[in-house]
Design a protein around this ligand. Structure first.
Ligand code: CTP
Length: 233
């Protein structure tokens, strides 16, 4: 496939969940499979974009890109994913498909936490993680195009447009989770892409088909700016 507007553009994609350790045997995670992010990374590499795929813990193989270039970085926690994304700059496009934890335990217990006989419950103190997209939006090497995802169980448009504005994104791909045939573990999905003056429904379709359609839209919205890959780091 010819690359078109994406050829030679550095695309950074985050995918999968993050795991926030509680103690040596337990963590807080979520149900993201990584399939959507991996499909986007594969589709971008097929369009001749050099791709950095930053993945949380998933069971997926690295996409076979043929002659394309794809560099995979595996991380575990939200803090590691944040550092890996910032470390991958400069980039022309960042697509945040990962389900990044919003909270992480304030302390990781050095030893396995034992049941205490005197109490029926356990209270974990959690602290906020840093928001990768929001930090990218104000970074000196802000990617030319920032794309977020919004997994919502209700009021999809209101929440997605709220995140679009709050995180200063160019596009946000919203999907409803918690319904059969779409969302985290499924091979299929349905997305609505919101942007300035844009509300575009894609699917239901396979995540590979949706990834191709999302990249087509991204190509149309690419700023005609100089490539980030041409700038000095
Ligand atoms: N995201 C991020 N860094 C975080 C949390 C989320 O970059 N620490 C990104 C995700 O990769 C996704 C977008 O923000 O592209 C929206 O994630 P989502 O979990 O739907 O929303 P939150 O902003 O976390 O808000 P809430 O959990 O309140 O819905």
């Amino acid at each position: 496939m010819s690359g078109g507007a994406l050829a030679g553009r550095h695309v950074v994609v985050s995918a999968g969940p993050t795991y926030e350790d509680i103690d040596p045997v337990r963590f807080l995670g979520n149900r993201s499979s990584g399939k959507m992010g991996f499909a986007i990374a594969a589709a971008a590499a097929a369009r001749a974009a050099p791709v950095t795929l930053i993945s949380g813990p998933v069971t997926l193989p690295t996409p076979d890109t043929g002659s394309g270039s794809l560099h995979r970085i595996d991380v575990r926690s939200a803090a590691q994913m944040h550092a890996a994304v910032i470390g991958a700059l400069p980039a022309d496009i960042y697509i945040g498909a990962a389900a990044v934890a919003d909270y992480t335990p304030a302390r990781v217990a050095a030893e396995k936490i034992k049941k205490s006989s005197g109490s029926d419950g356990l209270t974990l103190q959690l602290v906020r993680t840093r928001d990768i997209l929001a930090d990218l939006a104000v970074h000196p090497h802000r990617p030319g195009l920032l794309v977020g995802f919004a997994a919502e169980t209700e009021e999809v448009e209101r929440h997605a447009r709220g995140k679009l504005a709050a995180k200063q994104l160019d596009l946000i791909a919203a999907n409803r989770v918690g319904v059969a045939g779409s969302g985290f573990e499924s091979d299929d999905n349905a997305l609505v892409i919101y942007g300035s003056g844009l509300a575009l429904s894609l699917g239901p379709a396979s995540k590979h088909e949706l990834a191709a359609q999302l990249l087509e839209l991204i190509c149309q919205r690419m700023p005609a700016a100089t490539r980030a890959s041409d700038s000095t780091r």
